[in-house]
Design a protein around this ligand. Structure first.
Ligand SMILES: Cc1cc2nc3c(=O)[nH]c(=O)nc-3n(C[C@H](O)[C@H](O)[C@H](O)COP(=O)(O)O)c2cc1C
Length: 218
């Protein structure tokens, strides 16, 4: 059976998890299948910024507990109104290294975005750690020469952060900081988030009108 073209989205413990969910909705709306991974610190930041996952068990016990995957998907689908896409994405625990996306043999995976990417995950991906499913899946993208988009979120940046970005870029990753432009005159948070979503879709080569493009003065 031919599997659906798919993308991996990893949400780590940096500020701006809303970007990850916006990308999830955009890919699902374009009929792609999505493997979603959220790091344990990612759950904490999402709880703080978006008021989701308030059950302590998500954080204390890990998300791999029986039944949790469905509860996590339920909460995401309700919050972002994506119930119609419920069967088109899976949530994977960061410790689930047995997942098919931990291997280069998953040919249906076209690319991966780490959005937002913490400086911790950035460093571990740049170092080839492969210690959790996010790091391993990113490592697989690089070794298979598939598109890996890393959206680092921190400010200001230290030499260490910059060196890790340069090292990842030299290894083939696209470094796409979630830095919005204002030439499209955004009016809402959705406009600002949509700009970054559109830029990522552009990078994946997926047609979109998620943001207002600069059309020039002439
Ligand atoms: C509310 C909150 C916001 C954070 N924002 C950032 C951030 O923007 N960038 C960053 O590198 N770390 C940030 N951190 C720290 C990371 O969550 C922390 O370094 C964590 O270990 C990253 O782990 P991960 O890469 O496995 O997700 C934040 C932490 C909290 C609690």
């Amino acid at each position: 059976m031919k599997e659906k073209p798919s993308y991996i989205i990893a949400i780590t413990g940096a500020s701006g998890s809303i970007y990850g969910f916006s990308l999830l909705k955009a890919l699902l709306g374009r009929s792609f299948f999505v493997y979603l991974i959220i790091s344990k610190p990612g759950f904490k930041v999402i709880r703080h910024e978006l008021g989701m996952f308030c059950d302590n068990a998500y954080i204390n016990e890990g998300a791999s507990l029986n039944g949790f995957n469905v509860r996590i998907k339920d909460e995401i689908a309700n919050k972002f109104r994506m119930s119609e896409y419920f069967d088109n994405f899976v949530f994977l625990d960061e410790d689930f290294l047995e997942s098919r996306i931990a291997s280069g043999s998953a040919k249906n995976v076209m690319g991966m975005a780490v959005i937002p990417c913490s400086m911790g995950s950035l460093s571990r991906i740049a170092g080839g750690n492969s210690g959790n499913l996010i790091e391993r899946a990113a490592d697989v993208m690089l070794k298979e020469r598939k598109k890996l988009i890393v959206c680092p979120r921190e400010t200001p940046l230290s030499d260490i952060h910059l060196k890790n970005m340069l090292s990842l870029s030299a290894s083939g990753a696209v470094i796409l900081p979630p830095v919005p432009a204002f030439y499209g005159k955004p009016k809402t948070v959705e406009d600002i988030v949509g700009f970054i979503t559109g830029k990522i879709l552009d990078c994946f080569g997926i047609e979109n009108d998620a943001y207002k493009r600069w059309s020039g003065y002439d």
